[in-house]
Design a protein around this ligand. Structure first.
Ligand SMILES: [Zn+2]
Length: 370
């Protein structure tokens, strides 16, 4: 089970720390306290560790500023930033939507590394000023200056979803006018870098340097993020011009909320081949159940769980008109964590779009290469 804790709020953005962050904090403190700071001879032993912990915290403060730079530009362009989370591989800003045009993406991507370069420069000056006053703080800020510059260069590698990959994507997008093609090229370069990191990581481990494990971990993260982003953009392309009325299920049956999930499956889903049901109790509509809701309940619990326990209450659902764009329904589902959207014509329910309907629609067209 993953856990994260909210540690504060800056510019209206919630800042979270993931449990995996503590591992990297300890590793960094250990590396700095046992290897980097002991280069400076003659300090009390405890000072090495205290400076190690201080410097690790400052590394993540630097990462936070880098992510805030991305987020502030995103907000300026009208995007919503859900949160910034610090985790084992650094930081990630959860921005709710993909950028709408190449220039926006370019600026949003490039400000992160620029912020890291700027912090690096400022901290280098700070380290020069502090060195005569305090050797430990001079050494800490010197290390932080280097780390920020390394962070900037690493993020500028042109593989999606690294910042450099986003810059590459925005340039190809601008030239070709095709975000799908741009994402495909940038993701492939990103996956290329991922394989390269695995190669370097393995070499390092073979030579006895265990930091290679971390590199492989980064590679895995980059590879899956690149693949996921590409399939998202591809899906958005397929849904372009598609309306709610093309996606919705028109036939649905009304069932009582008191029947068990097994009864729903055996008497309704298997017999009537329907996938979405309206659930009623005491003569009024309580909510909706779709096949995906059923699949989430373990089979052993089907007999004892009433349909009422898994339905999505109708109050929780925002309805759309039949002309609503497929992509807006998809992002509504992603941001609101709902799997169903009722389609209303005036006061009348004419259909329901279920998450699995959209996936099926995308899958079919992707298989047929339409
Ligand atoms: Zn970045």
């Amino acid at each position: 089970m993953r856990h994260s804790w909210k540690i504060g709020r800056i510019f209206g953005i919630d800042i979270f720390v993931d449990s995996s962050w503590f591992l990297i904090f300890i590793l960094f403190t250990w590396m700095l306290g046992s290897q980097y700071f002991p280069q400076y001879k003659g300090w009390p032993a405890v000072l090495y560790w205290m400076m190690g912990a201080f410097t690790s915290l400052m590394v993540f403060a630097s990462v936070l500023i880098h992510e805030l730079a991305h987020s502030l530009v995103a907000i300026k362009h009208g995007e919503k930033v859900k949160n910034i989370t610090l985790f084992i591989l650094g930081g990630v800003a959860q921005i709710s939507e993909e950028p709408k045009e190449p220039v926006e993406e370019f600026v949003m991507a490039v400000v992160g590394p620029l912020a890291s370069f700027a912090i690096g420069g400022i901290l280098f000056l700070v380290s020069l000023l502090l060195a005569p006053l305090s050797r430990p703080f001079g050494a800490a800020f010197f290390y932080l200056a280097i780390i920020n510059v390394v962070l900037a260069f690493f993020n500028l590698l042109p593989g999606f979803p690294m910042d450099g990959g986003r810059v590459l994507r925005s340039i190809i997008w601008r030239i070709t006018g095709n975000i799908q093609k741009a994402t495909r090229v940038a993701s492939l370069v990103g996956q290329g870098f991922a394989f390269f990191f695995v190669f370097i990581g393995v070499l390092r481990i073979l030579s006895g340097d265990l930091t290679g494990v971390w590199l492989i971990f980064i590679a895995w993260f980059l590879n899956s993020a690149a693949a996921r982003s590409y399939s998202q953009v591809k899906a958005a392309g397929i849904l372009e011009g598609v309306k709610a009325s093309d996606l919705m299920t028109r036939d649905f049956e009304t069932i009582p909320g008191t029947i068990s999930i097994r009864a729903l499956v055996e008497d309704h889903i298997l017999k009537e081949k329907e996938r979405i049901f309206l659930v009623e109790g005491e003569g009024r509509l309580e909510g909706f159940v779709c096949l995906e809701d059923v699949k989430r309940v373990p089979r052993d619990d089907w007999d004892v769980t009433p349909v009422r326990a898994i339905l999505t209450p109708k109050e929780k659902l925002d309805s759309v008109s039949p002309n609503a764009a497929g992509n807006s329904i998809m992002s509504k589902m992603a941001s609101g964590n709902v799997r169903l959207v009722p389609v209303m014509e005036g006061e009348k329910l004419i259909g329901i779009v279920c998450h699995s309907d959209i996936l099926k629609y995308i899958q079919l067209r992707s298989d047929l290469k339409i």
